[in-house]
Design a protein around this ligand. Structure first.
Ligand SMILES: [Fe+2]
Ligand SMILES: [Fe+2]
Length: 282
C-alpha cells in the first residue's frame, strides 16, 4: 500500500466515456457525485477509530494502514470533485440538490451516530469496494470496447484498484474495536441500501436529462440498456456481497483483480500531481 499523488485533467473527458453504452458511464458518473461527501465521512470515522487503538506497539501496523487509507481516500475524492464539477457544468440542474441530500445524511451520521455505526457503514462500503474493483477491472463488458479511452475511465480504474489495495483497513479496524460479527452485517445492509439507491436513482435522473436534451436517441433502447448495465453489475456483485458477510470473510485473501498493478502504475505515469500544486490534508 502506498499513497499516489494523482491529479487527473478532465478537460478532454466525455460525459459518455463509454460511447456505445452511455448508461454505463452515467451509472458511474452518478456514483462519482456523492463520493466527495462519503469519503471524508469514512476518513473521519477511521481517524476516530485509529485514535482509540492501543499504543503498546501491537496496533502499529493497523495505524500505519489507516494513515495510508485516509490519504488514498483524500486523493480519490479530490479527483472526483474535479470530475463532478465538469458533470454539473454539462447540464443536470437537479444534481446539486440530489448531492445535498447525501451530504446532509453524512453530516447527520457524523453528528448523531455512534462511532460503531459509522465504522460499520464505512466497512459496508469498503466491503463493496474490492467487489466493484474486480467487476470494473475484469468483468464489465462495456470496458472491453476499444473505443473506451478517457480520463474518467482512468479515474475509476485507479480509484477501484486502490479500493482493492486498502480493502482490509476498515474491516480490521472494525473488528479490532467491535468484535461481535452481526453489527458488521447490519453495516453492509444499511450502507448498501443507502448508496445503491442513490446511485441508481441518480443515474436514472442523468439519463432522463440526456433524453430530454436529445443526447440519447431511442429512450426505450436506453432504458433496456440501463436495465442490462444494472442487472449485470448486481448479478456479479450481490452474491459476492452475501458471501463477504460470512464470519469467515477476510478481505486480505481476495485475489487481486487482473492488471490492477498495471492500472496503478499507469495512473502514476499519466496523471502525477505537478510539483508545486498543493494537496490539502486528508
Ligand atoms: Fe475511495
Ligand atoms: Fe476505500
Amino acid at each position: 500500500m502506498k499513497v499516489r499523488n494523482i491529479d487527473i485533467d478532465f478537460s478532454t473527458a466525455n460525459i459518455f466515456w463509454t460511447p456505445e453504452t452511455p448508461e454505463f458511464a452515467q451509472f458511474w458518473n452518478a456514483t462519482s457525485t456523492f463520493l466527495p461527501y462519503l469519503e471524508p465521512f469514512l476518513n473521519q470515522a477511521v481517524r476516530e477509530g485509529m485514535g482509540t487503538l492501543s499504543s503498546d506497539g501491537s496496533d502499529d501496523q493497523l495505524r500505519d494502514d489507516c494513515r495510508i487509507f485516509m490519504a488514498q481516500e483524500g486523493q480519490h475524492y479530490r479527483n472526483h470533485e474535479k470530475f463532478n464539477k465538469k458533470l454539473r457544468e454539462s447540464g443536470y440542474p437537479q444534481l446539486s440538490d440530489r448531492e445535498a441530500v447525501m451530504k446532509a445524511d453524512y453530516d447527520r451520521y457524523q453528528e448523531k451516530k455512534s462511532l460503531r455505526f459509522r465504522l460499520a457503514y464505512a466497512e459496508g462500503f469498503e466491503t463493496l469496494g474490492p467487489i466493484l474493483a474486480c467487476y470494473f477491472l475484469e468483468a464489465a463488458r462495456e470496458l472491453q470496447d476499444p473505443t473506451v479511452d478517457d480520463p474518467t475511465a482512468d479515474l475509476w480504474r485507479w480509484h477501484l484498484a486502490e479500493e482493492y489495495e486498502h480493502r482490509h483497513v476498515c474491516n480490521y479496524l472494525f473488528h479490532r474495536l467491535y468484535p461481535p460479527h452481526w453489527y458488521r452485517v447490519f453495516g453492509i445492509v444499511y450502507a448498501g441500501r443507502h448508496m445503491l439507491t442513490y446511485m441508481f436513482r441518480t443515474a436514472a435522473y442523468l439519463l432522463r436529462e440526456d433524453r430530454r436534451a436529445g443526447q440519447i436517441d431511442d429512450p426505450w433502447r436506453s432504458r433496456l440498456r440501463l436495465v442490462g448495465v444494472g442487472g449485470r453489475m448486481l448479478s456479479y456483485a450481490l452474491p459476492r456481497l452475501f458471501k463477504s458477510a460470512l464470519p469467515s470473510y477476510d478481505p486480505i485473501k481476495i485475489p487481486p483483480p487482473a492488471r490492477s498493478m498495471d492500472v496503478l502504475e499507469r495512473a502514476e505515469t499519466l496523471w502525477p500531481r505537478k510539483r508545486g500544486k498543493p494537496t490539502n490534508p486528508a
